[in-house]
Design a protein around this ligand. Structure first.
Ligand code: SF4
Length: 289
């Protein structure tokens, strides 16, 4: 087995174990869009299924949304070769999007909502208890930064999610895998990719900008992307400002009686703003340049 495949399998297996994504007897439906990420996910999960002697069931679901130019002949041939049970279902959501979305607005939000609805419906009707999506590390960290910068929320894509109606569990086994490894693997494997620009919708410029920003930061410090991923799993609630999750009003009750002779607890550690171009003035941090 090639090194790259070993690396991807290692990270996929680790994510599945860390977040308890798949259990014995699970019926896992992989959403195969025809892009590099979902082909990689399906291939890796199929290898893991074989390695675990069919401890779980695997099924591939593709939705043909009726975009002009959609050609799934390569995908069909690949699936037939793979021996993985599958379905390519046709639902013309593209016409609905064209009809409902006002001129000048982007299609993606409604298109994804309609796609999600079809995926959930199929999984429910056919008894698949897990829905696997191909989002990877770079999707997670870009989503985190987009959410902070443009929505004012700290959120991303969880590795395992119970849907609001509590009927489905969505899993993202590639959360530890880097996009560039997936892209290289997809090239190695020669997956018959279906291009994702068929709908003619504008590219997501915000995501592209955020991606570019992370890439620039990573040129100076290659650990930036992995640090961002670690941050998603390493919250320090007391160091944030969320009143719903931290009882600021109750801190006084937690205070120890002050002993004036005890100086052992003096905290000399520098605050983040004491480093770099920031200094303190009368206890208030001020920018010095
Ligand atoms: S790029 Fe096209 S197919 Fe993809 S979500 Fe947007 S509208 Fe839908």
């Amino acid at each position: 087995m090639a090194d790259l495949e070993k690396k991807l399998l290692h990270y996929t297996g680790k994510a599945i174990a860390d977040y308890k994504m798949i259990h014995k007897g699970d019926r896992v439906m992989v959403c195969l869009s025809g892009g590099k990420d979902s082909y990689t996910l399906l291939t890796l999960l199929n290898t893991l299924r074989l390695k675990t002697h069919n401890k779980f069931e695997l099924f591939s679901y593709t939705l043909d949304q009726g975009q002009p130019g959609w050609d799934d002949s390569g995908l069909r041939a690949w699936l037939a070769d793979s021996g993985i049970p599958h379905l390519i279902e046709s639902r013309d959501t593209y016409s609905i999007v064209l009809d409902k979305v006002a001129d000048g607005k982007t299609y993606c939000s409604m298109c994804s909502r309609l796609r999600r609805g079809n995926i959930y419906r199929y999984a429910r009707d056919h008894g698949f208890n897990k829905i696997a999506l191909g989002h990877h590390r770079d999707d997670l960290i870009e989503s985190l930064l987009m959410s902070i910068l443009y929505s004012g929320e700290v959120r991303s894509m969880p590795p395992k999610l119970l849907t609001d109606n509590k009927r489905h569990i969505v899993i993202r086994p590639l959360v530890y895998c880097q996009e560039r490894d997936i892209a290289a693997y997809a090239r190695q494997q020669g997956f018959p990719i279906i291009p994702c620009n068929l709908c003619g919708s504008q590219a997501n410029l915000t995501r592209a900008r955020v991606k570019q920003l992370i890439a620039e930061l990573a040129q100076h410090n290659p650990k930036v992307p992995s640090n961002m991923l670690n941050a998603i799993g390493n919250l320090r609630i007391s160091q944030l400002m969320d009143k719903r999750h931290w009882n600021f009003g109750g801190l006084e009750q937690q205070m120890l009686e002050l002993d004036p002779s005890d100086s052992s607890e003096a905290d000399d550690s520098p605050e983040p703003w004491d480093q770099g171009p920031v200094a303190r003035l009368g206890g208030i941090p001020v920018i010095t340049e």
